[in-house]
Design a protein around this ligand. Structure first.
Ligand code: AHZ
Length: 319
């Protein structure tokens, strides 16, 4: 019997070349063999970054509003300010390398994020999709909320995020009506964490008319402004209480305000001041507290600006 020969058929497949849209033109990398990036010198990369960073440092060293903390409350405030007041300079100072605070996951490292109504109105403004469950909505992943919010905030030309930078203290002025905040004292976070391992490492400063503190509840960096205000005898800390979702969310939104002249406090940092409850993994209060913080800052901005300008005039006069 003649041996069986198995016939193999080779089909000449056309390689897949994915297409995407660059500006308005369709583009693709059809030929990876001849592919090459445009040339660059290493120092050009350094200059491209440092020139912009130092120009931003120079520009934002006099800001209208400084936000401490890029968590859900701080970024919600930034979003409202960016949308409504393109004329203002807003600096966000975030201690972590990665902005977003505690809002990359829902509770206990689960993905979904719950927002009680009417917090969903803010999500609508961001254009987010969610499951409507009646009294609350569920976003399929907290990271979807945070990455959308973050990207929109970063797109505003009048907002600058300085991450890996910590607020170490606040700048204050004392006059006959009391203490007023007029800026923040900053340092690279890695420096802030190493003050007891090195000799003096002096900080940098940013002057502004209103500080919005959104540094979260007590933790390695959290509630820093609240604690500093307590050390300076401006407030008495109430300390965050145990979890009660219904009480906590209303209390945070209602309590969001200018706590002392020039300082608006939002998000969970406020629970440390007012002694309100925590709410755990439900985020409606964080976004709406951020909205109210932006409003509160805008409501006092002109008054605080006038006070600061009067200070500067009297300083120049003395010189
Ligand atoms: O890194 C902090 C975080 O991203 C940042 N931050 C804190 N201190 C800072 C400082 N300088 C610069 N001195 C600082 N940045 O502030 C951000 C706070 O974000 P967050 O998500 O922790 O606070 P939030 O108030 O926006 O949201 C809190 C959400 C809740 S509720 C809750 C509970 O009930 O248990 N827990 C969380 C995390």
């Amino acid at each position: 019997m003649a041996p069986t020969t198995i016939q193999t058929q080779t089909t000449q497949k056309t390689p897949t070349s994915v297409k995407f849209t660059s500006k308005t033109k369709e583009a693709s990398f059809a030929d990876w063999e001849t592919f090459k990036f445009n040339p660059i010198r290493e120092s050009t990369v350094s200059r491209a970054m440092t020139r912009r960073y130092f120009a931003d440092l120079d520009k934002y060293t006099e800001s209208d509003i400084v936000i401490i903390g890029a968590g859900s409350a701080g970024l919600s405030a930034a979003y409202i300010l960016g949308k409504n007041r393109p004329d203002l300079k807003v600096a966000i100072i975030e201690a972590s390398v990665s902005p977003g605070g505690g809002c990359w996951l829902g509770g206990q490292l689960f993905s979904a994020m719950v927002v009680r109504k009417p917090g969903h109105l803010f999500l609508d403004d961001l254009g987010l999709k969610y499951d409507d469950e009646g009294d609350y909505v569920v976003v399929k992943h907290a990271a979807y909320f945070m990455s959308t919010l973050l990207s929109k905030v970063l797109e505003f030309p009048n907002i600058k995020l300085f991450n890996a930078t910590a607020v170490e203290d606040v700048i204050t002025r004392q006059d006959e009506s009391g203490l007023r905040l007029t800026g923040v004292v900053t340092n690279w976070t890695l420096v802030s964490l190493n003050h007891d391992t090195q000799s003096c490492m002096d900080p940098n400063t940013i002057n502004c008319n209103v500080v919005i503190s959104a540094s979260g509840h007590d933790g390695p960096f959290g509630a820093g402004t609240a604690k500093r205000m307590s050390q300076l005898s401006q407030i008495e800390l109430g300390h965050m209480r145990g979890l009660d979702m219904n009480t906590a969310e209303d209390a945070i939104v209602k309590g969001t305000r200018e706590v002392i002249p020039g300082l608006v406090v939002t998000g969970m940092e406020l629970a440390e001041i007012d002694g309100s409850n925590r709410m755990g993994p439900t985020f409606g209060a964080m976004v709406l507290s951020g909205v109210k913080a932006a409003e509160s800052a805008l409501n006092v901005l002109e008054t605080r600006k006038a006070q600061n300008e009067a200070d500067i005039k009297s300083l120049n006069h003395k010189c």
